[in-house]
Design a protein around this ligand. Structure first.
Ligand SMILES: NC(=O)c1ccc[n+]([C@@H]2O[C@H](COP(=O)([O-])OP(=O)(O)OC[C@H]3O[C@@H](n4cnc5c(N)ncnc54)[C@H](OP(=O)(O)O)[C@@H]3O)[C@@H](O)[C@H]2O)c1
Length: 283
């Protein structure tokens, strides 16, 4: 196997391959980062072409798509006919455009783990693009964690990756706002954190009900907390932020969306209907 990119994530991928017993060739722009991996059994290639030529399966884990093309454009013909798995974060559109750039069997991937999780059962990775590339290399790829193939559309791994990251950053935004609020009033973050985790975890279960409503475009199914009530309560989040003197900017955008659903006559329905406003695009 060849791994291009030995940052925090690329190095974790190499270690997982070595641990699983796969001979691995590595390349990195800053060559020094290869040293500890060579000490652990990897082979260092000094050029991208040499690294690519060393293996049928080439894995790229670099900073962004531009860095991947900058690197692979220097490989010349060495890439032709190989399997290229790009585990660099990007958008679905970038992945689709990139998929046709080189004469390779292409798989795009999205890693749903941080480096210390790689190679543990907690890690999972989305793949999309060439089904044959996935089927042939699934066993190797599972050295990183569970592999989930999400379709022949090369953009789908990034779509699923960005979807999950969107959920995560939404949660972080709420968590950061909550911690700013309570610590401004003198409650230590460490005292509040277990309560935050408990409540967020129990509320995560509501995603299933929302998903059913969204697929059916019916926001009247099993409503226990109507949006008119939630919209009125949400105004108190904004007022409380003002009272303690913190910026409401992380959570403020949801308030007008909820109010619009209520004003449009959906007050008896669930909050999931906000998706209908988002799907209309930017106002
Ligand atoms: N770390 C995570 O928690 C995590 C989780 C999921 C996904 N990912 C994704 O994995 C990818 C790598 O992340 P990372 O954590 O390994 O990042 P990182 O530690 O910052 O490493 C970045 C890598 O990209 C290389 N690079 C940057 N610009 C380059 C250029 N123009 N030409 C050649 N090489 C270039 C760096 O080379 P140098 O060493 O020479 O600077 C290094 O190998 C990213 O797309 C990231 O979104 C990371």
């Amino acid at each position: 196997m060849t791994v291009l990119g030995l940052g925090d994530m690329g190095s974790a991928l190499v270690r997982a391959l070595l641990k699983a017993g796969y001979p691995t060739t590595v390349w990195n722009r800053t060559a020094d980062k290869a040293k500890p991996l060579v000490a652990e059994g990897a082979t260092h290639a000094t050029t991208v072409a040499e690294a690519v030529a060393a293996s049928r399966l080439v894995i790229a884990c670099l900073f962004d798509y531009k860095s991947v093309t900058d690197v692979l454009d220097t490989a010349g013909d060495a890439l032709t006919g190989r399997v290229l798995v790009n585990l660099t974060n990007g958008t679905p559109g970038q992945a689709r455009e990139f998929a046709g750039r080189y004469d390779v069997d292409y798989l795009d991937g999205g890693i749903m783990a941080v480096p210390p999780m790689i190679g543990t059962p907690a890690a999972f990775v989305f793949y999309s693009g060439s089904r044959s590339a996935y089927d042939t290399n699934k066993q190797v790829l599972e050295a990183f964690g569970e592999s989930l193939y999400v379709g022949t559309d090369a953009g789908f791994a990034a779509l699923h990756d960005i979807g999950l990251l969107s959920g995560m950053y939404g949660m972080f935004a709420g968590g950061l706002h909550a911690l700013a609020l309570v610590t401004s009033a003198g409650v230590p973050a460490t005292t509040f954190a277990p309560l935050l985790k408990r409540y967020i975890t129990s509320m995560a279960g509501y995603v299933d009900g929302m998903a059913e409503q969204i697929d059916k475009q019916d926001y009247t199914i099993n409503v226990t907390s109507n949006i008119a009530m939630q919209s009125a309560g949400y105004a108190n989040l904004m007022l409380s932020a003002e009272e303690v003197g913190i910026s409401p900017e992380l959570l403020a955008p949801l308030a007008p969306l909820m109010a619009r659903r209520v004003a449009d006559g959906h007050g008896h329905e669930d909050i999931g209907g906000v998706v209908e406003l988002l799907k209309k695009g930017k106002k």
